[in-house]
Design a protein around this ligand. Structure first.
Ligand code: PGA
Length: 267
């Protein structure tokens, strides 16, 4: 397994100009050049992807292997009459390696069901993209010491995994990254306690062991997302043993995002 922390910047629907996007990206890129033990994935709005990917592939930046790109979503068909949609192969052809699937904002504002998430995830895998599957309960909840969910709300994670990963084969599941994103912690400044994130990750691994096998469960890359800041980043990587972070709001502030990466690596 790749042991380097995986730090994802989910810019969501920001910033509003290409100039700002390029500035944000190049500032972060410059600052993290010296950091080797990390993989950073930028997920900007679709309209900025081409410019940012091109900036990285121009010499002398070709060596920026630690930087990758991802879409924030994709459709499940490869091409056709689907107005407004972007296909996994389009992302792949743009040199993206990742795509976020099933983010809670997609589920909430665009009524994405687990069936839709599953279709998108399988299409992404088919196009050789690595899906970052987001799962998480709506309401603040607790896990017991064995990582078993204590109430109905936490069962959501198990159900999401089961439905979202339906028909994903043993050979493909290795490409899937899972982001534990408790909905109540996203954009609220109210992050999940590292200990609870650890229990959620344990529960996710147990579910993967049930759906696949123990090796898959052990090797899966599980990230935490929800109000991550430079103050708490290290506690999820070191304290809670997460394999990385999915960062929303704080990834729009270059110096804060750089600090998050530094702290995640130093931990
Ligand atoms: P946040 O968002 O860091 O702003 O809480 C995380 C996410 O939605 O992925």
């Amino acid at each position: 397994m790749n042991n380097k922390p995986l730090i994802i910047a989910n810019w969501k629907m920001s910033p509003t100009t290409l100039k700002e996007a390029e500035h944000l990206f190049s500032t972060v890129e410059k600052e993290i050049k010296k950091i080797k033990e990390v993989e950073v994935v930028f997920c900007p709005p679709f309209v900025y992807l081409l410019n940012l990917v091109t900036a990285v592939s121009l010499p002398p930046r070709r060596s920026s292997q630690r930087i990758a790109f991802g879409g924030q979503d994709c459709f499940w068909e490869a091409k056709g009459a689907y107005t407004g949609e972007v296909s996994p192969s389009m992302l792949k052809n743009l040199d993206c390696q990742y795509v976020i699937i099933g983010h809670s904002e997609r589920r909430k504002y665009f009524q994405e069901t687990d069936e839709v998430v599953n279709k998108k995830l399988r299409a992404a895998l088919e196009a050789r993209l690595k899906p970052i599957l987001c799962v998480g309960e709506e309401a603040r909840d607790a896990f017991n010491s064995e990582g078993r969910p204590l109430s109905e709300a936490s069962l959501v994670i198990g159900e999401q995994l089961e439905k979202d990963l339906a028909d994903v084969s043993l050979s493909r599941i290795r490409e899937v990254v899972i982001a534990y994103e408790p909905v109540w912690a996203i954009g609220t400044g109210n992050p999940c306690l590292p200990d609870d994130a650890m229990k959620a990750a344990l529960f996710i691994r147990k579910t993967l062991a049930k759906l696949y096998n123990r090796l898959i469960a052990e090797k899966a890359r599980i990230l935490y997302g929800g109000s991550v800041t430079s103050q708490n980043a290290a506690s999820y990587i070191k304290g809670a043993g997460m394999n990385g972070l999915l960062v929303g709001g704080a990834s729009l502030n270059a110096s804060e995002f750089v600090k998050i990466i530094e702290n995640a690596v130093a931990s």
